[in-house]
Write a protein that binds this ligand. Structure first.
Ligand code: GDP
Ligand code: MN
Length: 348
């Protein structure tokens, strides 16, 4: 007899449930999240979506990094949500503090000025440590040394479409090293001298600049000026060995000594993007049209109705930022000689 209040069990004949675990080999890969204990519910929302749309089929690990100790609640909740192994790391103090070559009074004056100018995060010390950490250190954390591939996930993101294949394997099979879903122009006030620092680096280390690079994504005058285009780094799937390579480490070290993480407010997005554009071949950077993504305030919803229907997407195509004038994705397609997806004109 059915108990009162118990819903009747009706066999679901309409849909095949996906297998709990996709067949095949796994890559040496992990999700990685930098977070505070207070981010617990926002990161839980992100994890739930990543699991539902992708990771429940693949069970990849998840590394959490924090400048403080994670508390029991954070560990308990996130471990319950992730289908793979979870690991929790504390960031060493040297990677989250002012280097000795930084003049702290000068840095403090800059924060005051930026506060008056109302530049976003302009007066924040912790945001600057975060940007510097994501630019130069997360891939060197002891917990990350075990892995070759990473997928960065931030709090309060959304995924709107099913991902039915192994994106890490895709990267490896197609010799990709870096990837993005959204691109845009950086606020110039946060990076006034970043390009000068990049030019000093490329002059000192021409050996690190590859021939078939994406300079045309970054510059409209062959490198004289930066156009502020960058890949949005709150989503990244990338290769950790590239970030750990002498080329990238020389690049980061050179920028770090230029001081702009503290004397300005350099973001890890332009820092990673410029590195990818100059030190990777064009064909090593991938645009994931099929990964539908939101991080406030922008959405990438795949162009092309058949893609959206096949992947059971729930994003509104009108929210897609790709073909908006403030996106750099149009330029990315042009410099790579790629055909824009069908229907893109209607979204401009
Ligand atoms: P936004 O996306 O640029 O507005 O910056 P977020 O506030 O999302 O921060 C970027 C990432 O760094 C997120 O994953 C945050 O959880 C993390 N984060 C930011 N500040 C701190 C901090 O002071 N400590 C730690 N542990 N994580 C931080
Ligand atoms: Mn964020």
């Amino acid at each position: 007899d059915v108990q009162p209040g118990t819903p009747p069990i009706t066999p679901n004949t309409q849909h095949e449930l996906p297998p709990a675990t996709a067949p095949g080999e796994r890559m040496n890969a992990t999700f990685v999240t930098l977070a505070r204990n207070s981010d617990i519910w926002e990161i839980s929302r992100s994890i739930r979506q990543v699991e539902d749309r992708f990771n429940r089929k693949f069970n990849y690990d998840w590394v959490f990094l924090n400048d403080d100790d994670f508390n029991d609640e954070f560990i308990k909740v996130t471990t319950s949500l992730v289908s793979g192994k979870t690991k929790y790391g504390k960031i060493p103090k040297e990677h989250w503090s002012f280097p000795e070559f930084i003049d702290q009074d000068r840095a403090a004056r800059v924060r005051e000025e930026m506060k008056e100018k109302k530049i976003i995060y302009g007066d924040s010390i912790s945001y600057r440590h975060m940007c510097r950490y994501e630019s130069g250190f997360f891939f060197r954390h002891p917990l990350m040394l075990d892995y070759e591939w990473y997928w960065r996930v931030e709090p309060s993101i959304e995924l709107f479409c099913d991902i039915n294949y192994d994106t890490f394997k895709f990267m490896a099979d197609n010799k990709k090293k870096y990837s993005f879903v959204l691109s845009l122009y950086e606020y110039v006030e946060t990076i006034p001298t970043l390009w000068d620092a990049v030019k000093n680096f490329t002059a000192a280390h021409p050996e690190h600049i590859v021939k078939d690079n994406s300079m045309a994504f970054l510059s409209d005058d062959d490198g004289k000026n930066y156009n502020h285009c960058h890949f949005w780094s709150n989503f990244e799937i990338g290769n950790l060995n590239w970030l750990r390579s002498p080329a990238y480490i020389d690049y980061f070290t050179s920028l770090d000594h230029a001081g702009g993480f503290f004397y300005e407010r350099w973001g890890d997005a332009p820092v990673h993007s410029i590195a990818a554009a100059l030190m990777l071949r064009k064909d090593e950077i991938h645009f994931f049209n099929d990964i539908a993504y939101y991080h406030v305030p922008f959405t990438h919803c795949p162009t092309g109705e058949s893609t959206r229907l096949n992947l059971k997407c729930h994003c509104n195509p009108k929210d897609n930022f790709d073909w908006n004038g403030y996106s750099c994705t149009n330029r990315y397609f042009d410099i790579n000689g790629m055909t824009k997806p069908e229907g893109y004109e209607k979204e401009q």
